[in-house]
Ligand binder design. Structure first.
Ligand SMILES: [Zn+2]
Ligand SMILES: [Zn+2]
Length: 361
């Protein structure tokens, strides 16, 4: 592995240490998003410093978010490094479940990894596995609503091209999907979907597919075990929605699952209108007044989990303490002034709800 330590690329010291993660389920791959143009390797260390600065000064994080990063020349940069909890996957649970590797790939300009970069990603994954990472290789979008790591890189994730043991580079990003049904699993809101997944959520998907006319591949079932027939039926449903290529591989994503079921299984729903109403009503009413107590409490619990609200105030009343806590949370998302007034907006509420609740109208 062509490895560049923190000292070698001139990393700043982290604000504080990272919780240790001795072992987990595997590795998630990320891209930069935004435009990125490939350049000389001599500029890559400076680029690392720039990204670290934006994470620490812009986002207010304690350090560069990822465990490792791989430039287009195939060098592996040490971020938080091995066995460290990252800040890249979306929430604490996701960050504990998988290490995070960033590829220097944008959503315009340099969008598909180079062969050296693919080799570097394999090196990075092998290194993390040697230090406790499980066998899974996933994309950020698996289980989290994001485009990351972009189509070409995600194709490499799902095709197995990033598997360290496989010698040749995977198929080119623009090749069609494999003829055999996809056989990987994805986790959405803590529940698994895809080949080998098991549970009531699998049956729920199968029954919804049948109801909507996408049941033709079932010989028997649907039941609680996800088999190739489920994948093929789901693929037909994805294609019906207009998805193609890797986006229609028969393994659910959050968006198609939400459309199919009208909800994401495993988490409660919070109505944006209800919590806004609560946030406008409760502070002016008597102490402890409740407008939509159950939903307000879910939001409060999330604020408490994130350290913005004392557990004592998780009481179903969206009062002044909750308003102040929500405003503090909004400010961490970069909102200022009237946009950080403590009244939930859709974007901030969805962000807070990741892994906790689904936001409805
Ligand atoms: Zn990402
Ligand atoms: Zn480089």
């Amino acid at each position: 592995m062509k490895f560049i330590s923190r000292a070698e690329w001139g990393a700043r010291a982290a604000h504080n240490g990272h919780p240790a993660v001795p072992t987990n389920r595997g590795v998630k791959v990320h891209y930069l998003g935004g435009p990125y143009d490939a350049g000389e390797h001599g500029t890559c260390a400076a680029y690392m410093r720039k990204v670290q600065n934006s994470h620490m000064d812009g986002n207010g994080w304690s350090d560069f978010a990822y465990n490792l990063a791989v430039c287009e020349h195939g060098w592996v940069f040490e971020g938080r490094g091995r066995n460290a909890q990252n800040a890249a996957n979306g929430n604490t649970t996701l960050n504990r479940d998988h290490f995070a590797v960033l590829a220097f790939v944008g959503d315009s300009g340099h969008t598909a990894p180079t062969a050296e970069q693919v080799a570097g990603l394999r090196d990075a994954i092998a290194y993390l596995r040697a230090n406790g990472a499980g066998r899974e290789i996933r994309g950020h979008r698996d289980g989290y609503a994001t485009d990351c790591p972009g189509g070409p890189l995600y194709h490499l994730v799902t095709s197995g091209a990033l598997e360290p043991d496989t010698a040749p580079p995977g198929p080119a990003p623009d090749q069609p999907a494999e003829p055999t049904p996809a056989r990987y699993r994805t986790t959405i809101n803590g529940l698994e979907y895809g080949y080998g997944a098991h549970g009531p959520q699998v049956r729920e998907v199968g029954e919804a597919l049948v109801r909507n006319g996408f049941g033709q591949h079932y010989q028997s079932g649907p039941d609680e075990d996800w088999r190739d027939a489920d994948t093929l039926n789901y693929q037909q449903y994805q294609q019906h929605l207009g998805y193609g290529g890797q986006d229609a591989d028969g393994v659910p994503g959050e968006v198609t699952l939400q459309i199919l079921l009208g909800r994401i299984p495993g988490q409660p729903a919070v109505s944006l209108a209800h919590v806004v109403q609560a946030a406008r009503t409760d502070p002016g009413a008597a102490q402890g007044h409740q407008t939509h107590a159950a939903e307000a409490q879910l939001v409060e619990q999330a604020l408490a989990d994130e350290g913005f609200l004392e557990q004592h105030w998780v009481d179903g009343s969206f009062g002044t303490r909750t308003i102040a806590a929500y405003a503090a949370f909004q400010r961490t998302l970069g909102y200022t002034g009237a946009d950080a007034d403590g009244i939930p907006g859709r974007r901030s509420l969805e962000r807070l709800g990741i892994g906790r609740f689904t936001v409805t109208n």
